[in-house]
Design a binder for this molecule. Structure first.
Ligand SMILES: Nc1nc2c(c(=O)[nH]1)N[C@H]1C(S)=C(S)[C@@H](COP(=O)(O)O)O[C@H]1N2
Ligand SMILES: [Mo]
Length: 419
């Protein structure tokens, strides 16, 4: 392998800088001069063109992929039915109650019966003091790619929780939304009370969310109010929220647990391609672009590797850890955020942004980033194009959590023929 690589480098000294970097210390050192002169050059026009075609950083609310259960799906109900069942801002009511089976001791539950349920006007009064907004990618644990990237606004759940005056025996919170009043259709999620009350450094609070990208939350996205759990996969962010239950139960009781899922898993870091050719001419440079989900473990690198079909890969290295991966360019914050934001401006006091709307860290955690690279000088043959992330702890995909039921992180593979 290493011999043929050296030969390959020797024969293709016009390779791009990024291609060299994957070739190990010897290869890179031998070509240091070329590397330096290349680094100062502007982007290749083909690469720039591919970058210009990338999707926007934020997703328009209506362009999110929808993962909604129910017969009928609640957001498809006619308007008068939506009003009748509390799925409009005028009619919405949230009950916050103690679990009859494992009661938490609270002084003032919010119930429809007693006329004390929280309504939308009440939520807006809390929002005046406590509203927060933060960017987050919505990703289904069971679908490989993100459903959409948004700026979510809401009131921290703990503000409402404290209003019930909890005393003791409160260990978890579970919650569900409108489900056609059919018990079998209830889709429920849960959190430890610890997560609701306190935010680990760098994480926004769990919120009762009513806006996405500055617009009222649509019925499709779970409006009028959905839970949004910043670091969680989608199933924690319950739509059409109607009920929060405070409980002394000590373990998770999420509906998703029945699907063999790891219901405590947080967003993983992984990369995927968005645009890669399947057929290219030998010697012609080609651009590859993609996105990465920056999970709770952060992101230090995105890398690609063209694996020749002629190469036998040792079975014991099933994650290609020893492959000559090359660094792709992690793109800087975009000039335009997209997502239907008014005037393309990040709303004031959005977490993770300064007062001018510039990101405080990049790549931003719990968000998407985009990446691009130019591959050139690739000899004719059949290849598998792979991409992967290395997280901020130095762990390369699919590690440290390679199990699908804790979230997708498998290394992607795309067939590329160079002829
Ligand atoms: N009430 C309710 N909330 C729900 C769901 C649901 O079926 N019913 N689906 C969940 C799942 S599994 C995911 S991945 C996200 C998807 O959010 P989106 O449809 O806004 O993209 O919503 C979550 N919230
Ligand atoms: Mo999901």
């Amino acid at each position: 392998m290493s011999n043929s690589l050296e030969q390959f480098v020797a024969e293709h000294s016009h390779l791009t800088r990024r291609f060299f970097l994957g070739l190990g210390a010897a290869g890179a050192a031998a070509l240091a001069e070329v590397t330096a002169s290349r680094a100062a050059e502007p982007r290749d026009p083909g690469l720039q063109q591919a970058i210009d075609k990338l999707e926007s950083w934020l997703t328009e609310p209506a362009q999110f992929r929808d993962v909604s259960r129910g017969k009928p799906i609640p957001h498809s109900l006619p308007d008068d039915k939506k009003s009748e069942v509390g799925m409009t801002r005028d009619t919405w009511k949230l009950e916050v109650i103690s679990d009859p089976e494992q009661p938490a001791k609270i002084r003032t539950p919010f119930t429809k019966e007693a006329g004390t349920a929280l309504d939308f006007a009440g939520l807006m009064r809390l929002a005046e003091q406590h509203a927060v907004r933060f960017p987050k990618v919505m990703t289904c644990l069971n679908i490989g790619c993100p459903l959409g990237m948004g700026i979510w606004e809401g009131v921290p759940l703990r503000e409402v929780l404290w209003k019930t005056q909890p005393r003791e025996n409160l260990r978890r919170v579970f919650y569900y939304g409108y489900h056609n009043d059919v018990p079998d259709q209830r889709f429920q999620s849960s959190l430890s009370v610890d997560r609701v009350l306190e935010d680990p450094v760098g994480l926004p609070p769990v919120i009762l969310c009513y806006k996405l990208n500055g617009e009222w939350l649509s019925p499709e996205r779970g409006g009028p109010v959905r839970m949004v759990v910043p670091e969680g996969y989608g199933f924690k962010s319950i739509k059409w929220l109607t009920t929060v239950v405070l409980t002394n139960l000590y373990h998770a009781n999420d509906t998703y647990a029945n699907g063999n899922n790891d219901v405590d898993s947080t967003l993983k870091t992984f990369a995927s391609t968005l645009n890669a050719p399947t057929r290219v001419k030998a010697g012609e440079p080609f651009a590859v672009t993609g996105y990465a989900q920056v999970g709770t473990a952060g992101l230090s690198k995105v890398q690609v590797w063209l694996r020749s079909e002629a190469t036998d890969w040792p079975a014991e290295d099933k994650y290609f850890a020893t492959a000559p991966w090359i660094d792709a360019e992690v793109l800087p914050p975009p000039a335009q955020w997209g997502g239907g934001l008014q005037d393309e401006a990040i709303l004031k006091s959005t977490r993770g942004f300064d007062s001018e709307g510039r990101p405080l860290e990049w790549p931003m955690r719990l968000a998407k980033i985009h990446w691009a690279t130019l591959l050139s000088g690739v000899p004719a043959g059949k290849y598998a194009l792979h991409c992967r992330t290395v997280d901020a702890n130095g762990q390369a995909q699919p590690m440290p959590r390679p199990f699908q039921k804790s979230g997708h992180a498998a290394i992607e593979e795309i067939g590329v023929v160079v002829e």
